[in-house]
Design a protein around this ligand. Structure first.
Ligand SMILES: C[S@@+](CC[C@H](N)C(=O)[O-])C[C@H]1O[C@@H](n2cnc3c(N)ncnc32)[C@H](O)[C@@H]1O
Length: 237
């Protein structure tokens, strides 16, 4: 994808996810060698939801995190939002997809009152939005005081002995799989490009703190290529 800014970029991102929606889940399983469910489970655990709690999953796509949350605790009520109708259509058809409330909307303008949800999660969303700070502000606004905002995201490859291997996977293996499986090499060139151009986990944590989230922490895994960030909405602003 050509580097674009603002609404043009958002429109391109939405169109791209629409194009790959049918193959998105299959591609994830191949790219991550079946590990991606475990990563999403980490995000769900980090949300620390109470039994029967209300979860919002932002940029839910085909509902991977939302479904994982329901697998973990069937008493939860889960709302999934995304601006790609096609991604959500695929999610609705998945086993368990009917148990999720789906909402077609923009992560930067959530149509929910303040302090509605017990926790808010996002998986691989913030790298794609045109305003990361605004995305977190919206998530903090709709989570209840004391509730957690959890973000699972890819991180730029770290400079270490494994960097060449990680870059080979990102720049060669993923676009090749994208071409073979999703029949869309461009979309799977965007993934490594946007990952490498994105913020480090430390920088992301600073943004979360700067909007007022407390106890911000992050956990890196998969050789530093992924991170789960957590922050808590304070009781007093
Ligand atoms: C990489 S997918 C991740 C999907 C899912 N969370 C997962 O873990 O597989 C990113 C999703 O974020 C959505 N997205 C990107 N920008 C968005 C925005 N501004 N508002 C709502 N959804 C957005 C895309 O449509 C896409 O479905």
């Amino acid at each position: 994808m050509t580097p674009l800014g603002g609404p043009d970029r958002a429109a391109c991102v939405r169109e791209m996810f629409g194009q790959i929606s049918d193959r998105y889940d299959l591609m994830n399983r191949f790219m991550a060698l079946g590990q991606d469910r475990a990563w999403r489970r980490q995000a769900v655990s980090a949300a620390a939801l109470p039994p029967g709690g209300l979860l919002l999953d932002v940029g839910s796509g085909t509902g991977d995190i939302a479904l994982e949350a329901l697998r973990r605790d069937a008493t939860l009520r889960v709302m999934a939002v995304d601006f790609s109708a096609q991604m959500m259509q695929v999610g609705r058809r998945r086993p368990g997809g009917q148990r999720i409330f789906w909402c077609h909307t923009d992560a930067l303008q959530l149509p929910f009152p303040d302090a509605t949800f017990d926790a808010v999660t996002s998986g691989y969303l913030v790298r794609n939005v045109i305003d990361v700070r605004r995305a977190f502000e919206e998530q903090m606004r709709v989570v209840k005081p004391g509730g957690r905002v959890v973000c699972l995201e890819t991180s730029p490859a770290q400079r270490n002995a494994l960097q060449p291997l990680v870059l080979f996977h990102l720049k060669v293996v993923i676009p090749l799989l994208g071409y073979l499986i999703a029949r869309n090499r461009a979309a799977y060139m965007y993934l490594p490009q946007s990952t490498q151009a994105f913020k480090t986990p430390y920088q992301l944590a600073l943004i979360m703190e700067s909007i007022g989230l407390k106890d911000v922490s992050y956990h890196r895994f998969m050789f530093g290529t992924m991170a789960v960030h957590t922050g808590v909405r304070p009781y007093e602003p």
